[in-house]
Design a protein around this ligand. Sequence first.
Ligand SMILES: [Zn+2]
Length: 113
Amino acid sequence: MHEQSIVESLLALALENAEKAKASRIIRIYLVVGEYSGVLEEAVDFYFSFLSKNTIAADASLFYTRIPAQLRCRNCDRIFTPEKLDFHCPGCNEQQVEIIAGRELYIDSMEVE
Ligand SMILES: [Zn+2]
């Protein structure tokens, strides 16, 4: 599962930021997750509680903000949010699209003490 390596790098970043802030523990971590990131929140929670043991993030809660995908039509340059998995451009009905948003996964902010 690719969530494990994703969580490893998120945790490393969170710990690094907490250290810079001279925090003694991390309370909450707010994550932004794109609709197409392919990341399951349950899996992230699972790996996080496993990997954060014996760190100052061990009791941290994770909060998720999902952001919708955006596609750009290669034919007419229109940018749109697809309905379900319908990738047809609403402008010209072509299906030549590229994903320009929706694959993100990053820490938006966190609370420490
Ligand atoms: Zn189009």
